[in-house]
Design a protein around this ligand. Structure first.
Ligand SMILES: Cc1cc2nc3c(=O)[nH]c(=O)nc-3n(C[C@H](O)[C@H](O)[C@H](O)COP(=O)(O)O)c2cc1C
Length: 356
């Protein structure tokens, strides 16, 4: 029995948000035992000039303020995405705003980008750099709820954080900031990406390498929207796509009494739906754009299924609520077994295998 099985009843006695706050405090205090196991060489992924020790990452939203990236890397994640951070601090929506749907192994959240703002976040990432901390940490950037110029908010975020994170994610897919998902539309996305690439270009003289820029999309897209996104991503030579954020749909598939809470649904029920969108984006970009598969992963087989559908890397969040950080180790073990069973010696050989 692992430590989390013992602690879980205590965590579940608190509201989800209080329990999450407690996890952050324990991680910050160094009270969560780390995993010292070295990753199997078969799990290594080389992408964007970065070497991922394994392809299993922590999805955005767990460490919104970049406080526990190293503590989560020490749990065995191959990379950690911090944020979403907005230029100015903001409180987010009224509480309660996170719901555990235990029967469905799911979560609904309508947090609305609660975070302490870009300055505090940048200082924390800069401190990591000063201490020469190893491990891949991404920065997920967003716009303030009351912003008059949301595109400028992304530019501000990228400009401030260049040099402080290993990759950047442009989050235009949270359902909890009104109007944000409109940036996925053809013209808006075109403008947003042009501005961000100009910002990155202008900064390349300051840094030796150009950090990869990824776009995180919603699963709630029709065929035309998916095609438009694929076209714009390819046109701008964007480094990668993260598929997907939470869904505003799928409520009729749920058992829990909290199924009608508004917000984004994540966890088990999102798995098939988000994997379908991942496969669509792989097809629409002809396998040429690296994809990160997220949504409902709770075991190694599911991580492998995302990889076969086209993901070069995967991420998870909700399953941690139900299984604790020990899950990372078992996912990696199962994933390695899946690779070997199919006769592969590395992850890259399995990427997109379901399309062949
Ligand atoms: C409580 C909570 C907060 C989240 N906050 C963010 C966020 O700030 N930015 C973001 O891009 N995604 C956020 N997400 C979405 C996750 O990163 C992920 O895309 C989604 O939950 C699907 O993965 P999962 O089923 O493994 O949780 C959040 C998810 C949850 C459950």
């Amino acid at each position: 029995m692992d430590l989390y099985s013992l602690a879980k009843p205590l965590f579940f006695a608190f509201s989800p948000e209080t329990a999450h706050g407690l996890s952050i405090k324990l991680l910050k205090a160094g009270l969560v035992p780390s995993s010292h196991e070295k990753d199997d060489d078969a799990l290594r992924v080389k992408l964007w000039g970065l070497e991922f020790p394994n392809p299993v990452g922590l999805a955005a939203g767990f460490d919104k303020n970049a406080e526990v990236a190293d503590a989560m890397l020490a749990q065995g994640f191959g990379f950690v995405e911090t944020g979403t951070v907005t230029p100015r601090p903001q409180p987010g929506n009224e509480k309660p705003r996170i719901f555990r749907l235990e029967e469905d192994q799911a979560v609904i959240n309508r947090l609305g980008f609660n975070n302490r703002g870009l300055e505090a976040y940048a200082i924390r990432l800069a401190r990591r750099r000063e201490l020469d901390k190893r491990g891949i940490v991404g920065a997920n950037i967003g716009a303030n709820k009351d912003s008059e110029d949301p595109i400028q908010d992304y530019v501000t975020g990228l400009d401030r954080l260049l040099g402080l994170a290993d990759y950047f994610t442009v989050n235009i897919s949270s359902p909890n900031t009104p109007g944000l998902r409109k940036l996925q539309g053809r013209a808006a996305l075109d403008e947003l990406l042009s501005r961000l690439l100009e910002t990155r270009e202008a900064a390349t003289s300051r840094f030796r390498i150009m950090p990869p820029l990824l776009v995180k999309i919603a699963p709630d897209l029709d065929e035309n929207e998916k095609r438009d996104i694929a076209e714009i991503i390819v046109k701008h030579n964007i480094d990668g796509l993260i598929v997907s954020n939470t869904t505003v749909g799928l409520r009729d598939t749920l058992q829990s009494s909290q199924r009608e809470e508004s917000g984004g649904l994540s966890g088990q029920p999102l798995f098939d739906f988000s994997t379908g969108v991942l496969a669509d984006m792989y097809r629409l970009t002809e396998g040429k754009v690296p994809l990160v598969g997220v949504g409902g992963i709770s075991n190694g087989r599911q991580a492998y299924e995302k990889i076969r559908a086209g993901a070069s890397l995967v991420q998870l969040y909700s399953a941690l609520v139900y299984h604790g950080p020990g899950l990372v180790r078992s996912i990696k073990k199962e994933l390695r077994d899946c690779l070997y069973e199919d006769g592969y010696s590395e992850i890259s050989q399995a990427v997109g295998a379901a399309h062949k």
